[in-house]
Design a protein around this ligand. Sequence first.
Ligand code: FES
Length: 183
Amino acid sequence: MPSAQVNNRDRAPSAGSKAGSKAGSNAHPSGDKRFKVLDITMKRNQHRQDALIEVLHKAQEIFGYLEEDVLLYVARQLKLPLSKVYGVATFYHLFSLKPSGAHTCVVCLGTACYVKGASSLLEALKNQVGIEPGETTDNGQMSVMTARCIGACGLAPAAVYDGKVMGNQTAESVLDNIKGWLD
Ligand code: FES
């Protein structure tokens, strides 16, 4: 398992520190509901540090890939050094740290979104852009990914455009939202 330099900046608050005095008490400031879904997984595992891999799996399932902000959040909530979380995320090839495209469209394929036609969003993307989930356009401008329930079921079908969650998506709105990405 790779290890990286740990410094104080990337160390999660210690058990005795004020900020870290209660596991899971620091909700993500963005209000992004995907973090709440991740919180449920961590809570179910009682914020145990040995549940890190399971938590990262869930995070990738929700976000499509493990962006830095997500790794920081997991480190903080599980009171682990960021270097440890980063080390695990990079060690296992099934985790992907970033999409290869400059822009990312993540389509939710969770149950609520699926029954409301999420696959038609992917179909529209495939027809217009020519790529399938997990692929990036040849010019590196855009990646399409899928996720499992991003916490916006009431707005199904939902998709995330460069980190911004949008609900009630249609084939037309998806194409509208990526307009300009491929130029
Ligand atoms: S199933 Fe898509 S947001 Fe929950």
